[in-house]
Ligand binder design. Structure first.
Ligand SMILES: [Zn+2]
Ligand SMILES: [Zn+2]
Length: 372
């Protein structure tokens, strides 16, 4: 299906496809079995019809076509925040275009969401980290292994990230590579023919510097351009947003940020702005409730987050200022538990922005056709 209108389509279809398997009991085996054997090789009597159907459904859902059809496909693979108890995967936006998949942040659980949505993991060539908070990068070891084992990648996964005053992507990547050393060695020993090159299961750091308001180009190839620019995540420096451009279309990922004029500047006329959002009234209510309970340390911690995240109104004003075509709120704090909460959050910024806007769910897709 092609939807030149830029409206979200196929929302949650890939994820709801897993619902029939309950807690997806077979998922670990389907993703990467510990033995390395395909779950399809199990004796037929052991494999229930439910699992058979599920595996077929996952195979049918593979979106190889999205890589080659000339369009730009955006998957929200993780829309969660660090909030405890959230059922959403950690922050992750995947863009399938020009034969590759570009991933913006790799939060915990997001690789499984990508797989469930049919993203061919071999196609994931580059990850772009917005900053070094755990909810944006703890999916990296899972992604590198899944890509190598199920996707049979033949080269390391490149991870781009900003150089900070104290931290950079190199130390993140080195730590994860070390933590997965035993896994790589065991898999190679178990399947020496199929997984002969453990190097392909590695992450490779590609740091970049960014200063001042101007963007830096961090990727260019096959018509795809990725630019990085500073945003304002309070004490977390640097924190960047990214703009991916291709064939007259563009998608902007805010990362975590308070209201940022620089983000508005670099989102100018984008087709889709994926912006974090916090319902600050709900957070203040939660802080007051914690203080009533005498849980002051947690209340202080929660309250401090107000300073370096965007309210729904902030995000909406940025979208209006940038004149983007569509805005989707993600990384929602607090996680809206139902339709009532989602509507309440949306109503608080009503009238600021004329374009389409919605609250993201894991598994949402957007499809953009090239502009002539
Ligand atoms: Zn975050
Ligand atoms: Zn953060």
């Amino acid at each position: 299906m092609r939807f030149p209108s830029r409206r979200p389509v196929s929302r949650r279809t890939a994820i709801t496809g897993l619902a029939g398997l309950g807690a997806v009991a077979a998922a670990p085996a389907v993703l990467v079995s510990c033995s390395g054997e395909s779950p399809l090789s199990l004796p037929a009597p052991i494999v229930s019809e439910v699992v058979r159907r599920q595996v077929r459904r996952m195979a049918d859902a593979t979106r190889e076509d999205y890589l080659q059809d000339g369009d730009l496909h955006v998957l929200l693979a993780g829309t969660g925040s660090p909030e405890p108890g959230s059922t959403r995967a950690g922050a992750c936006v995947a863009v399938l275009v020009a034969g590759r998949t570009f991933v913006f942040d790799s939060g915990p659980g997001s690789p499984a969401r990508m797989l469930a949505a049919g993203v061919p993991l071999t196609s994931v060539s580059d990850v772009f980290l917005t900053h070094y908070h755990s909810d944006h990068l703890n999916g990296l070891p899972e992604l590198s292994v899944q890509r190598w084992v199920t996707g049979r990648a033949t080269s390391p996964l490149v991870v781009h990230g900003p150089i900070g005053s104290r931290h950079a992507v190199g130390e993140v990547v080195a730590g994860f590579n070390q933590s997965m050393l035993a896994d790589r060695e065991m898999r190679t020993a178990n399947q020496p023919d199929r997984l002969a090159d453990p190097e392909a299961g590695l992450l490779r750091a590609r740091p970049f510097g960014v200063q001042g308001p101007d963007a830096v180009r961090v990727y260019e190839g096959d018509g795809v351009i990725v630019d990085a620019f500073l945003v304002d995540h309070g004490p977390v420096r640097p924190a960047v947003g990214y703009r991916l451009s291709y064939a007259g279309r563009s998608v902007v990922v805010s990362g975590d940020t308070a209201k940022s004029a620089n983000l508005a500047r670099h989102s100018r006329k984008a087709d889709l702005l994926v912006h974090e959002a916090m319902d600050k009234q709900s957070v203040r209510d939660g802080v007051a409730a914690l203080r009533d309970l005498g849980v002051h340390e947690r209340a202080d911690q929660f309250e401090s987050t107000l300073e370096y995240h965007s309210s729904f109104a902030d995000a909406t004003e940025v979208a209006a200022e940038a004149d983007v075509a569509e805005l989707v709120y993600t990384h929602i704090i607090p996680d809206p538990p139902n339709m009532v909460a989602r509507n309440l959050f949306l109503q608080r910024s009503r009238g600021i922005f004329d374009g389409d806007r919605s609250i993201a769910e894991d598994g949402d897709w957007w499809h953009l056709t090239p502009q002539a």
